[in-house]
Design a protein around this ligand. Structure first.
Ligand SMILES: N[C@@H](CCC(=O)N[C@@H](CS)C(=O)NCC(=O)O)C(=O)O
Length: 149
């Protein structure tokens, strides 16, 4: 039976789940889920994942979201060895430490920065200012991009 993954190609958490699936030899039935069209907010999707995030895995009726939890599940259930996600407590703890660091610090901060820069630039900067060339010297003030708070 196919394992469904609701995803978008450009989403980093989705890529993490897909990479792990490939590493353990699981073929996923990829279900493109367009957030801009609200496909994650349909009653059917909310029944599967009330938190309405992708990636969401549906392994024959077992629904799971949070990319790192999906990765751990795939490695535990389908890994041919425990090399990706060791059973030894200390080795597993090191993998978990990296996963928690990624989730709580690294990716979190990257996301905060990326989103704030993009949204600030797209929505807060008047068109005419955005189009002015960046530069030093005369006219610099007028041409300077926005200050990011
Ligand atoms: N911590 C989650 C983050 C998932 C996430 O935020 N996914 C975004 C797309 S990259 C999403 O589904 N956003 C829609 C929403 O939150 O409603 C994970 O690692 O799976």
């Amino acid at each position: 039976m196919p394992i469904d993954l609701y995803y978008l190609p450009g989403s980093a958490p989705c890529r993490g789940a897909m990479l792990t699936a490939a590493a353990v030899g699981v073929e996923l039935n990829l279900k493109n889920t367009d957030l801009m069209k609200g496909e994650h907010l349909t009653p059917e999707f909310l029944k599967l994942n009330p938190q309405h995030t992708i990636p969401t895995l549906d392994d024959n009726g077992f629904a799971l979201w949070e990319s790192r939890a999906i990765q751990q599940y795939l490695a535990d259930k389908y890994g041919k060895s425990d090399s990706l996600y060791p059973k030894d407590p200390a080795k597993r703890a090191l993998v978990n430490q990296r996963l928690y660091f990624d989730m709580g610090t690294l990716y979190q901060r990257f996301g905060d920065l990326y989103v704030s820069l993009n949204y600030y630039y797209i929505y807060s900067v008047p068109d005419d200012v955005r189009r002015r060339p960046q530069g030093r010297g005369e006219g610099e003030e007028a041409g300077r991009g926005p200050r990011v708070p």
